[in-house]
Design a binder for this molecule. Structure first.
Ligand SMILES: NC(=O)c1ccc[n+]([C@@H]2O[C@H](COP(=O)([O-])OP(=O)(O)OC[C@H]3O[C@@H](n4cnc5c(N)ncnc54)[C@H](O)[C@@H]3O)[C@@H](O)[C@H]2O)c1
Length: 350
């Protein structure tokens, strides 16, 4: 078991890698614990929940909205939660995003931590203190930055994860490698079969390496004023695909990464050979470009959080393992989308 600390001016977070989820009790106060979870996670894991009041939500992205936050705050109030209470988010990225937001605003903020139960939340969503809910079709428009006191990642919990959700997590794991660590990318590439089998000997160290990448980026820029933006690689297109087609976040980001990689070649930032290599590994990992970019994509991108005064902070690649950010005009993105559609090389290639 290893620990990773993320220290920021706003707070500090301790990440426990490869630690038994039952041991979360030792990280919690003796009383005043409120567990936010979803019905699936509760069904599988209520027997290992620590003592405390359980507040349950419906699973899935549709629950990530302000109404859920209001309902949970009402339930907390009814159950007697006060400023000394502790909120434990026990679940995947959706639970962590919601529980983190509730913890950061209920009575102007209470203590909180996570037991992270999906591959995607272990490598990404539970780490780094971003909380959020969607506003209609726009992702994560309402949210805060607040570091959880701890995040506990137990890869044993991943054994019950549906296949598609597991694959979704691999998408975000590959993203961390692609933006920052070429060696991790090659190690993932050569271990795909064992990852698919959820072999703990390979999974635990890869999760930890991916988390270390995210932790290092967050430490430098906890509130995403600059360098942290590289973590959004694949998200400009990915969020649109996620919302339009209702596909799991990590799979949408994986498709978005391939589009952004193609854009990196189009802008002249990355050689085509790198795109080919990325494409090959994504294919091998079971992630293919399956969805068309919707016709209203530019208006959707214009209202994305990454848009500032008509410019979009695009994350592109110089090579696999090295991401850069580039401010682009919406008109340029529209030109690229036209080129991408016209070339029509990648969609449904599987
Ligand atoms: N805050 C951030 O920095 C950040 C980063 C990346 C993604 N996200 C957000 O994370 C969300 C996606 O998270 P996710 O992929 O974990 O989805 P999720 O939380 O919806 O979980 C996926 C599904 O798996 C079920 N599940 C969870 N753990 C399980 C387990 N151990 N066994 C069986 N089933 C289990 C859930 O009930 C759900 O049906 C998106 O909303 C995305 O925007 C946030």
């Amino acid at each position: 078991m290893h620990r990773i600390r993320i220290k920021t001016p706003q707070g500090s977070s301790l990440l426990f890698m490869n630690r038994d989820a039952k041991e979360v009790t030792s990280l919690l106060p003796a009383e005043g614990i409120f567990i936010i979870t979803d019905t699936n996670v509760r069904r599988y894991y209520s027997d290992i929940f620590p003592g405390g009041e359980v507040l349950e939500t419906e699973p899935g992205e549709k629950t990530k909205r302000l109404e859920t936050v209001g309902t949970l705050c009402s339930k907390l109030l009814d159950a007697g939660a006060d400023r000394s209470s502790f909120i434990l988010g026990f679940g995947g990225g959706v639970v962590c995003d919601i529980a983190g937001l509730v913890a950061s605003i209920y009575m102007r903020g209470v203590r909180h931590g996570f037991v992270s139960t999906t591959l995607l939340s272990q490598v990404d969503a539970s780490i780094g203190g971003k909380t959020g809910v969607n506003l209609g079709e726009y992702k994560n428009i309402i949210g805060t930055f607040r570091q959880p006191e701890f995040v506990l990642c137990d890869h044993r919990l991943l054994s019950t994860l549906p296949e598609e959700e597991f694959l979704s997590g691999i998408g975000e794991m590959i993203k961390h490698a692609v933006i920052r660590d070429r060696n991790l990318f090659f190690d993932i590439s050569t271990s795909i079969e064992r990852i698919d089998e959820r072999d703990p000997d390979i999974l635990a160290p890869l999760i930890e390496r991916a988390v270390r990448i995210k932790a290092a980026v967050v430490r430098h820029d906890p509130e995403e004023k600059g360098p942290r933006r590289i973590l959004n690689f694949g998200h400009t297109f990915g969020h649109v695909l996620e919302t339009c087609y209702g596909i799991p976040h990590g799979l949408a980001v994986a498709e978005g990464m391939l589009v952004a990689a193609e854009m990196s070649v189009w802008t002249g930032d990355m050689p085509h050979s790198e795109l080919k290599m990325l494409d090959g590994v994504m294919d091998k990992a079971g992630m293919m470009q399956e969805h068309e970019l919707p016709t209203n994509i530019i208006s959707l991108i214009a209202r994305d959080k990454k848009s500032e005064s008509g410019m979009i902070n695009m994350v592109l690649l110089r090579s696999v393992g090295r991401a850069i950010t580039r401010k682009m005009k919406l008109a340029d993105i529209a030109d690229f989308v036209k080129y991408y559609r016209d070339s029509n090389r990648r969609v449904n290639k599987g």
